[in-house]
Structure formats: structure tokens, C-alpha cells
Design a protein around this ligand. Structure first.
Ligand SMILES: *[C@@H]1O[C@H](CO)[C@@H](O)[C@H](O)[C@H]1NC(C)=O
Ligand SMILES: *[C@@H]1O[C@H](CO)[C@@H](O)[C@H](O)[C@H]1NC(C)=O
Length: 188
């Protein structure tokens, strides 16, 4: 029990230090995109707004999804660092339960636990709303959210609708930050 308390304090400190979205209690269980078709979701998405994530340091954040032969999906996240270098990371996403196709799990490093990746809403052609939440001991959870778009801009009314959807899922949308998608030509 003592170890768990120590771990809890360490995780709390880490989460706070990285200004991630840390909350007591269990993850919310938002509804996801109905009849999600992953084939239509493939390709590049640009980050419009997000809940702060410590692992994203640059601007022009984008994610490219491409189908792999075994039915899983290759994920490539890229961003432009302030020194002008491109930072990228590759991983694999998969649907764990085919009757819940909008619920994926993404793994970037072998041996580390997968992260959930829930597509809450998408029209495939312009916008997507993605949510990720992990429970710790049933005591607290840390979550991430991304509003994504096919071009590097998204109409304000669509962003507003996605924010409302996220709030309805129980997520504190006051912590959403707007992503910088200017001066990104080197990444396109
Ligand atoms: C998913 O989308 C692809 C590409 O548009 C299409 O060929 C396929 O039939 C769709 N699958 C389902 C189950 O609707
Ligand atoms: C897959 O999802 C369905 C529908 O939500 C559920 O009934 C079933 O138990 C799940 N299967 C597994 C292996 O989790």
C-alpha cells in the first residue's frame, strides 16, 4: 500500500509538472463514432486544438495513418521543433475488438503499455475528434484530446461543435490549447 501511495505521489508530481490533464476518479466513457470506417480515416490529419501533452514540444503537429498488410495501422506523428528540425515517431494502431471499430490502441514503444485512441467523431474528410484516457489504480486518470483536421485549418463552428461534444463526454475543455499550424511548409 505504501508503494502505491509513493507511486501515486510520483505520478501526480509528474502529471502536474507536465501540465497534463490529471483528474481523480475513473476515465469517462464517451460515445464514439458510429459505424467507424478506418479505411476512410487513413491519411494525414493536422492538429487544430489539444489538451496539453508533454510529449509534443513543437508546432505543426500532424499524424499520418496508413494501412499495414496485417490489418493494423502504421502511425507516424511529426512536428516541427523550434530549431527547425523535424521530430517524428512511428507506432502501430490496432482495433482490439472488431465490434468496436472506433476504439483503437496505439503503441509507440515495445514493452510499454498501449494507449487508447478513441475516435469520438469524424466525417473523414474535414474533422476528427480523438480522446485518450488511462486509469491508474481506479484512483485517478490522465487524459488527452485532439481536434484534428484534413487541412491545417478548421472552420470555427466545427471546432465549437467538437468542443461541445468533448465537454459532454466529461472533459474539461477550458484546458484546450490552440495548435500553431503556421510556417509548416517544410513538413508538407
Ligand atoms: C469503408 O470505406 C472504404 C473506402 O471508402 C469502402 O471501400 C468500404 O466499403 C467501407 N467499408 C464499409 C464496411 O462500409
Ligand atoms: C467486444 O465488444 C462487444 C460490444 O461492445 C462486447 O459485447 C464484447 O464483450 C467485446 N469482446 C471482447 C473480447 O471484449
Amino acid at each position: 500500500m505504501k508503494e502505491i501511495q509513493v507511486l501515486f505521489v510520483l505520478l501526480l508530481a509528474a502529471a502536474t509538472a507536465h501540465s497534463q490533464s490529471f483528474h481523480s476518479g475513473k476515465c469517462p466513457k464517451p460515445s464514439v463514432q458510429e459505424d467507424f470506417n478506418i479505411t476512410k480515416y487513413m491519411g494525414t490529419w493536422y492538429e487544430i486544438e489539444k489538451l496539453p501533452a508533454a510529449f509534443e514540444k513543437g508546432k505543426c503537429n500532424q499524424a499520418t495513418y496508413s494501412p499495414l498488410a496485417d490489418g493494423t495501422v502504421k502511425v507516424r506523428n511529426a512536428e516541427l521543433l523550434s530549431n527547425g528540425k523535424i521530430n517524428s515517431i512511428e507506432g502501430v494502431a490496432k482495433v482490439k475488438n472488431s465490434s468496436q471499430p472506433a476504439i483503437l490502441s496505439v503503441s509507440f514503444f515495445k514493452g510499454l503499455p498501449d494507449s487508447p485512441y478513441l475516435v469520438l467523431s469524424t466525417d473523414y474528410q474535414s474533422y476528427a475528434l480523438v480522446y485518450s484516457c488511462s486509469d491508474y489504480f481506479g484512483l485517478f486518470h490522465i487524459d488527452f484530446a485532439w481536434i484534428l483536421a484534413r487541412p491545417r485549418v478548421l472552420a470555427e463552428d466545427v471546432v465549437g461543435r467538437l468542443r461541445v461534444k468533448l465537454a459532454a463526454a466529461g472533459v474539461n475543455i477550458n484546458r484546450l490549447t490552440v495548435s500553431d499550424q503556421t510556417g509548416c511548409d517544410i513538413l508538407s
